[in-house]
Design a protein around this ligand. Structure first.
Ligand SMILES: C[S@@+](CC[C@H](N)C(=O)[O-])C[C@H]1O[C@@H](n2cnc3c(N)ncnc32)[C@H](O)[C@@H]1O
Length: 283
């Protein structure tokens, strides 16, 4: 049997998971008065905000809790094995990623004017449930969005999300690998979440995207960078990416890959926990 001290240590960590659950549950309207009071006390004593609920971030947190529990149970459960509701919840967090691209990344890259023009085209590699793609289409109402994903099942979810948002005329969904892209050089901006790709797929993915960018177009590559000053943060990032069959690269390694793929200028962009570390490169 595990020693009592270690059992206490692990239980404290489970308390942290419950604090996250309490944050996410704040938005529920079916909590009993006793549950709500307990949630608020748990949050207050955890130093977390009470009453300033962020539903999209909360959905992504809930999805992370479900993904961790599924991994604990086994057999190996990565992104592709998750139930629809877990994928959709994580995808809701992607709406905030799209807002970040529009509000924080595009201005740094001088792309705001371009993206607001009719004829602008955005590429979403790994479109998943389509929520990032839809939000981009909502924020840039004259732009067209192409989303590609190699997982057929998620594209079914994405189709429902796109149709539900009423933007099927501007969001095209394609089944396939990023390396299948064969468009002429059309994209003004491409989103490339490398954290979900295996290390050997990264060079080919970067090259494939560079080929389809219009001259002067940008890729934003995202990694759950493994270069925090805190080793425990890097270890957790490695664990999550290993579960999903992805890669965690240091910013330095990513820059080496970007240069080898033939890109020009690079820019380190501001980021959030949902976006991962963001590096832009000009095609
Ligand atoms: C976290 S999901 C993206 C979530 C998405 N932003 C949303 O709104 O739901 C990452 C996606 O990348 C896809 N993917 C991974 N490697 C790929 C590749 N080489 N080509 C195309 N899609 C890929 C996966 O199938 C997965 O659906």
């Amino acid at each position: 049997m595990l020693g009592a001290q270690m059992q206490f240590e692990l239980s404290r960590l489970v308390d942290a998971a419950w604090a996250v659950a309490a944050y996410a549950a704040q938005g529920r309207d079916d909590l009993s008065p006793q549950q709500r009071a307990a949630v608020e006390r748990a949050l207050t004593l955890s130093g977390l905000p009470v009453g300033s609920h962020d539903p999209e971030f909360a959905a992504a947190l809930t999805s992370q809790l479900a993904q961790a529990a599924a991994f604990a149970e086994g057999p190996t459960k990565g992104w592709g094995d998750m139930p629809d509701e877990v994928l959709l919840a994580q995808g809701r967090g992607s709406r905030q990623v799209a807002d970040w691209i529009v509000d924080e990344a595009a201005p740094v890259l001088g792309l705001t004017g371009v993206a607001e023009r009719s004829g602008a085209v955005f590429l979403d590699v790994g479109v998943g449930t389509g929520q990032l793609a839809v939000r981009i289409a909502e924020r840039w109402p004259r732009a067209r969005v192409v989303g590609v994903d190699r997982m057929e099942r998620v594209l079914g979810l994405a189709r429902t999300v796109v149709d539900g948002a009423g933007c099927a005329d501007r969001v095209e969904l394609r089944h396939g690998d990023v390396t299948d892209l064969a468009d002429d050089a059309v994209y003004d901006l491409a989103w490339l979440p490398l954290s979900f790709m295996s290390p050997d797929a990264i060079p080919k993915a970067l090259e494939a995207v560079r080929r389809v960018l219009r001259p002067g177009g940008w890729v934003i590559a995202t990694t759950f960078a493994a270069d925090s000053e805190l080793p425990i943060v890097n270890a957790m990032s490695d664990l999550v990416t290993a579960v999903n069959g992805g890669s965690s690269l240091t910013q330095e390694d990513l820059l080496v890959e970007i240069r080898a793929a033939g890109y020009g200028e690079t820019v380190a962009l501001p980021s959030t926990p949902l976006t991962g570390a963001l590096t832009a490169a000009r095609g």
